[in-house]
Design a protein around this ligand. Structure first.
Ligand SMILES: *[C@@H]1O[C@H](CO)[C@@H](O)[C@H](O)[C@H]1NC(C)=O
Ligand SMILES: *[C@@H]1O[C@H](CO)[C@@H](O)[C@H](O)[C@H]1NC(C)=O
Ligand SMILES: *[C@@H]1O[C@H](CO)[C@@H](O)[C@H](O)[C@H]1NC(C)=O
Length: 348
């Protein structure tokens, strides 16, 4: 598959160079092409450094669409850096402990009774559906529904509500069906290790984790409640999935940067703002959204930018490939990173 055969607008702008004019190649004439991107940026220096936007989806869904220039940049770079060091067991255990409620508390002690009951009922439903959602391919790989459920949702009663909210969002049929294949960033990390490149990370676990834990209790309750309401409506069939991983994959494969970065609908983040909420709840939704943008996008971008710059300054003779999440989606998908841990340790 190529972008030309996959992206709807490619038909309107038949390229004289065919597949060679995919992302990173000659711009096509369609107006939409101005919005397209290879997710690869070059930092001009000698040797060069590259910045590449990854995505937390099974690499097999996007690999064939990644332009050759991006793959060549990866191959030619001697150092490969990620947001977090996904191949380090401490990263994974750090993320896991950061998600836990403090002082041995239990969700049942923390959540209003009715909300807890709805959460439990939803997870019971997921557990029931999971065997039906799994693909023959997954079963062929020896993946069992109970095992998968425990890998994703095991110990949920001990987790902070904000992480349970993200977990609920990752427990949809499409997401379940894509479990078991390394996500693109993990795949790149594994490839980098296999090729004996130097690997590293520009962030520490706490820096990714603490901002999420920084929402206050009423904000978290609101977010969890809204997430559950969405999933309950999905269950009842009164709501179409407002965002799907499929959409995200399609936008990524088409190089649609704006959609990947800014469109809530493709980010797996529950879109609290654009729903029919009473005014005071609109305010809470807006506050949560601004908080996430500030903490998880702007502040992180600045911090990561500083670290990239100092790495480049301190290693002037080395080529670099920085692989960071391509957009908005990255920041609230820590949950996938935890999943990476289970995949690495052979659970999936
Ligand atoms: C949570 O934060 C919001 C916005 O800063 C504030 O209005 C609200 O009172 C806070 N709630 C609690 C329980 O601290
Ligand atoms: C959940 O949200 C609905 C609709 O916004 C509201 O009526 C209900 O009181 C909320 N429940 C909790 C526990 O916050
Ligand atoms: C949500 O956004 C869409 C497109 O931006 C808009 O047409 C729609 O009216 C919005 N819905 C609400 C409830 O704000």
């Amino acid at each position: 598959p190529t972008r030309d055969s996959w992206c709807p607008w490619a038909l309107l702008a038949a390229s004289p160079r065919g597949a060679g004019a995919r992302r990173g190649g000659t711009p096509l004439s369609s107006p939409q092409q101005g919005e397209l991107n290879s997710f690869l940026w070059t930092i001009r220096r000698d040797p060069p450094a590259y910045l590449f936007g990854t995505i937390h989806v099974p690499y097999t869904r996007v690999w064939d669409f990644i332009p050759d220039n991006s793959k060549a940049a990866f191959h030619s770079s001697s150092s490969v850096y990620f947001e977090l060091d996904l191949t380090d067991p401490y990263t994974i255990s750090g993320l896991a402990s950061c998600q836990m409620l403090p002082h041995g508390e239990n969700l049942q002690d923390v959540l209003p009774r009715e909300l807890y009951r709805r959460l439990k009922r939803h997870l019971d439903y997921i557990k029931l559906m999971l065997p039906h959602w799994m693909t023959p391919d997954q079963r062929g790989k020896g993946l069992y529904a109970d095992y998968l459920f425990n890998a994703i949702a095991g110990n949920w009663e001990r987790k902070r509500p904000v992480w349970v909210m993200l977990m609920v969002n990752s427990l949809t049929e499409t997401d379940i069906r894509s479990r078991g294949v390394p996500v693109l960033d993990l795949y790149l990390a594994q490839e980098a290790e296999r090729m004996k490149k130097k690997t590293g990370a520009v962030e520490r676990v706490e820096e990714q984790c603490h901002p999420l834990n920084g929402l206050n209790f009423s904000q978290v309750l609101f977010a969890l409640n809204q997430t559950l309401l969405q999933h309950e409506s999905l269950r009842a069939g009164s709501l179409q999935a407002p965002y799907t991983t499929e959409d995200l994959i399609k936008h990524y494969n088409c190089g649609d940067l704006n959609a990947v970065i800014f469109n809530h609908d493709t980010s797996q983040v529950p879109n609290f703002i654009n729903t029919t909420l009473p005014p005071h709840e609109q305010v809470t939704a807006q506050e949560i959204d601004s908080y996430f943008r500030q903490e998880l996008i702007y502040k992180r971008n600045e911090r990561m930018g500083r670290r990239v710059m100092s790495l480049l300054r301190e290693n002037r003779d080395k080529s670099f490939f920085f692989a960071f999440g391509a957009g908005m989606a990255r920041v609230l998908l820590f949950y996938s990173i935890t999943m990476i841990g289970s995949e690495m340790f052979g659970m999936l």
